[in-house]
Design a binder for this molecule. Sequence first.
Ligand code: CTP
Length: 445
Amino acid sequence: MKKVITYGSFDLFHEGHYNLLKRAKELGDYLIVGITTEQYDESRGKLNIIDSLIDRIDHVRDTGFADEIVIEDHAGQKVEDIQKYNVDIFTIGSDWLGAFDYLKEYCEVVYLERTRNVSSTMLRMKDRSIIKLGVIGCGRIARRFMTEANFVSGIAVVSVYNPHIKSAQAYAQKFELGHYTDDLEAFWENVDAVYIASPHETHYEYAKAALLHHKHVLCEKPMVFRKAEAEELFQIAKDKGLVLLEAIKTAYAPGFNQLISVARSGVIGQIQDVEACFTRLTKEGLRELEDREYGGSFTEFGSYTLLPVIKLLGTEYKEVRFDSILADNGIDLYTKASFRYESGFAMSKTGLGVKSEGQLIVAGTNGYILAPSPWWLTRSFEVRYEDASKIDQHAVKFLGYGLRYELSDFVYMINGNGKRGYKLTRSESIAMAEIMEQFLLQRKE
Ligand code: CTP
């Protein structure tokens, strides 16, 4: 019996996929089809898969060509599968010509002529114009954003706004943007969506103005410092059918999402405690240390440390208590926020003037999860148990600065492919704004 194997994402199943599977089957007697997981696709930079894995499997199965379907979830799996299943022929479309010659060591490699003029990418773009995105603010994060935006399809950064025209001009020149302005009205006219990366305290006004001008909004963290403001912005977005997303990059990162899923899967039992720490010693003179109103460690890093707390224990905490070490100007150099939940605790530690281990620990009744520094990029984590010899290791790619993940989800949601909103929900964003608000009130006192 001649065994054939082929692989693909098979997203938005189309004629090209059908033709390929048909001819693959004709190459032998038994066809195995490997279908990629969303996470594996993400790890190799393919961020735009629309159909769920289950749907993609169904579509391949419905053709009747596949005798067996396997899931492809890591690099190097092809070599393993070919040996494991005693495969005679590996086949794939001609768009991959040469790319899999290394498999000739294990079996015959056949590149099949690709069907012309159809691809998942083309179907994704069909009926959808490219989203024109404008950037507000030109600081460090906005510069990183530009590098990342190149990795996300369906979007083009076309304009930058800054009240200081010279900054806008320099940014536009550096990134070859066709338009820059210090006039908000002119800015709104040019864009469909905005990325807000201006100073924290300006987020609310810009986000509100953008929404009122019918623009989708991706807003840097902390989005706002007041619960009522967060609620108002989400309400406007809802009323107008717009996407409003808080850009906490960790929330959209593949590794962090895997960690949350593993924690919720029950392997560590009931979650009883979440401890997250983020510190960065900061040079004097920087905004974080000088801005008496909104500077300080908790407003700076709290969005990261609160995220696993809220995601794992929820928004309904019983009590929160803040302990801070303050600088002479009143900003916090170090803050511990302790939460008490119905069943469990949490601790967020943030520091600008105190250095500690930036790790995340999720403790449960059966074991715990440890994500080492920098856990907010979540490249790896371990599940550990009472039996110290038993450790489950997880490694997940985190590409570049990681802003591509939030941007990719933003584009998805604008295009109505929803279902990704679970990564950071409205109520989670609102809860974080409320915690910030309580903290700032207490710090003032
Ligand atoms: N394929 C094909 N003809 C097409 C499109 C895809 O023969 N017009 C083949 C690919 O070469 C591959 C398989 O179908 O062997 C699965 O490809 P996949 O990457 O899932 O599909 P694409 O449409 O190429 O997806 P994308 O545009 O996202 O890269």
